[in-house]
Design a protein around this ligand. Sequence first.
Ligand code: ZN
Length: 636
Amino acid sequence: MSDLVLPDESYAIMGACFEVYKEMGCGFLEAVYQECLEYEFADRKIPFISKPPLRLQFKNRQLKTFYQPDFICIDQIVIEIKAVSTLADEHSAQVLNYLNATKNAPWHTRKLWTSPQSAVQANRSNQLKSLGPAFAPFRVFRGQLRMSDYTTVIGLEVHVQLATESKLFCRCSTKFGAEPNTQTCPVCIGLPGSLPVMNRAAYELALKTAVAINCDIPEFTKWDRKQYYYPDLPKGYQISQFDLPMSDDGYLEISDPKGRFEPKRVGIIRAHLEEDAGKSVHDEAAGKADSEIDLNRTGTPLLEIVSQPDMRSSAEARVFLQELKLLLTYLGVSDCNMQEGSLRVDANVNLHIDHGPERIATPIVEIKNMNSFRAVERALDYEAPRLYREWQETGRKLGDAPKQTRGWDDVAGVTRAQRSKEESSDYRYFPDPDLTPVVLTASAVNEVRETLGELPAALRSRLSADYQLSAYDADVLVNQGRAVVDYFLAVADATADPKSACNWVTQQVLRELKERDQSIDQFAIPAPALAGLITAINDGRLPSTRATEAFQLMLAKGCNVESALTELKIERVDESALIALVQDLLAANPKTVADIRAGKLQAAGSLIGQAKKQNPNVDPNRVRELAIELAGKDDA
Ligand SMILES: [Zn+2]
């Protein structure tokens, strides 16, 4: 791999070139590469960078956020970029001809390439950003640039606290926030002689989730003891599921409305039930530096969902988590509150590096302690280049080093080594003799399947197909949860105007809910009333210019649109009355008439304010039209 020396000024152009590379594929690149070699190395007449002042729109750091670390590139691309960005006119014409002859070249590619200057322009208008998934980050050393040549491989482990009243193997409450150690009993603190009894509700919630993420449900599953010692685990083992989990081999489909990656199916290796451990509370205030144990959480039911390493960027990981959370919310199996620990995420990440003819996998790292989806994204963006540097320094491959656990420090924005991960054999799993295995029939599983209801993916499809909503609008609505979708459906069905219904719900209604920190069922305007407002606009009884006023009054008073129209004295303005009004205004404003007659039509705008003062219900556009029309007549 050879590094190339590049002046800073070339970065903006490179952004454009990467997009072209994506759109055109390698064939194009190789062709330009040949030309490039010829120009650059053979006759040396073409300088790297064209005339100086090429203004830069972004530098390496921002570029990295534009382009997901996902795509394997090689050094040729870098060479090609410089060549194209520096060609003299007749040479760039050749390249442009080549580009234009390439099939499926999208317009923006051609536009970008009319000149280096226009590529800079495109960066400025953020066109590149909208072009979709992209390219490996590249590193800039001092004056040097090199494409990275790795793929990031990500798998996630998600622990979901199931929304049961009581714990998995005893009757203690699972309520969050109680005084420490007030929700415990001999079973969950592991006193000798106590016996666990499985919570059927927890099992049903887990089963519902497993079916919804398309898992196979075996007829037979059992409980195992996972042995380890930790102060917050009083029994000295955790009841979990080892070799015969309650479900395996599922998947979740993800797609990105922002277009950063193609829709894909992320495999689910398994989902199994286990009990949670307690919490260690480290109190370092006032120099006390003591640690306390709270066992309230001990024994709370957790569903552990383990994905295949199918994700290739932090953006994919984030969308996977968002989609999973949405699904869990629709199913009602968890409140998914990350702050309270109801949803916890660990990420397994390594790199696949193309090194000469070889593809190398690096050792796997598990990242913990990420308290938001944003933190997951940031941690992965930090970890991938770190792994690459580590590989460059040590040359270590998968199998050369044990799996390492690293903790994410959200404030410092770095991961830190914690420990080497135990292998499962270290846990000395064995079947729990106190619990009977669970046996399920196929018909029981089918019954669960029938209770799932309409899930987010199906709902999005229905909104697009039956209500002609864009993928984006459908996504916004579905992501708000089922109650908001039901509200929208009620408005859309009552008005037969889904587009307006969607606009009102996703804009005004959601904004008001957010400002008031309310849920949709607390909202003061019920769906039929909002439908009435939309119908009044569509009937012409409510001018769209006064719709917001009416909406606000309905919100404040909880009234219907008819009362709002009466109270705001909104009524349809009769055309003859409007003509008379405009005629009066023209008579009172001879200068405006003269201006309009002289062709300064914008002068008509000055009458709108006066007309609205006399009658707030006038349609401003109609006032303008009439003013121009009537002023043109001699008798005006
Ligand atoms: Zn208990």
